[in-house]
Design a protein around this ligand. Sequence first.
Ligand SMILES: NC(=O)c1ccc[n+]([C@@H]2O[C@H](COP(=O)([O-])OP(=O)(O)OC[C@H]3O[C@@H](n4cnc5c(N)ncnc54)[C@H](O)[C@@H]3O)[C@@H](O)[C@H]2O)c1
Length: 298
Amino acid sequence: MGSTHARALARSGSEVELAAVVEPSDEVAARLGASLRRFRDTSELLAWDGVDGAIVAVPTRLHRDVVSQLLDSGLPVLCEKPCGLTSAETAAVAERARASGLRLHIGYWRRFVPGLRELQARIASGALGEVEAVLCVQWDEQPPPPCFRDPSSSGGIVVDMGVHEFDQLRWLTGQDVVEVTGVASSVCSAPPVEGDPEGVSLAVRLSGGATGLVSLLRRHPPGDLCRVEVIGTRSVAGLAFVAPPDGEETLLDALRAQAKDFAAAIRGAASAGATVTDAARVLEIAERCKLHAQPDQY
Ligand SMILES: NC(=O)c1ccc[n+]([C@@H]2O[C@H](COP(=O)([O-])OP(=O)(O)OC[C@H]3O[C@@H](n4cnc5c(N)ncnc54)[C@H](O)[C@@H]3O)[C@@H](O)[C@H]2O)c1
């Protein structure tokens, strides 16, 4: 994800400049290009006085420590979702942000997709009537490597993938997610990853009375697909905002817009991004999700 941010920022014009990268792996750093200033750890970066803020895309299990180190040293942070493995970790980070008085944004990039922003505004205006049901689909082309999928590193599928949908449901509808229950697929890739099923189907209840359906899949051979459908009492609306064969442009545009929003917020502007309070709530929802697995499977 860090290299995806780097690709997005390479075309961000003069508003946001990628000044340096922290990457412990020589192999990954080499792929980012020799022209980029590179540090091996966060302390090296902090000893250099050349940045106004940091985008954190380390493995989720490291979010809390890396974000805390940056905030404690005076750097505003845009942290990738979910900002910690648990809501308790997110709350600890939120406390550091409050104490430092610095901006801490969370990278729920869908909030910067123009079609979704339009949909959010239509729902808020009442153009669809009362929201009755929402369908959210997130199907990835390929599962990430087993070391990433390990729940002790990524949180497992409901945390790792589900948080995008929970944040989207809350932001789009203006309603909270009050209940989530679901079933896990027992179809296995090779090798299966304990605690991270290939797919889950979730049923959601929203605070305004609407229901939601969330489908998460780690493998969708045609390519990455993200889709949302909203059914209101007056009208309906839907959008496949990431679709095969190449959904990356949507992501890159949104990451660029998100980084510009972060930069403007550091200079004092209001932000359209997700807050750490949003992130903590979304993780709480993921933690409360009752997931029924196939017996003995996961
Ligand atoms: N918003 C999205 O759509 C999206 C998509 C993918 C991943 N992510 C998030 O991005 C984060 C990273 O995911 P990924 O798929 O890139 O993982 P990854 O394991 O592929 O990459 C993580 C990178 O961080 C480096 N790293 C490890 N420790 C570090 C440290 N202390 N300081 C700096 N770099 C360090 C690793 O060497 C590696 O290159 C995760 O939290 C994940 O949830 C978000």
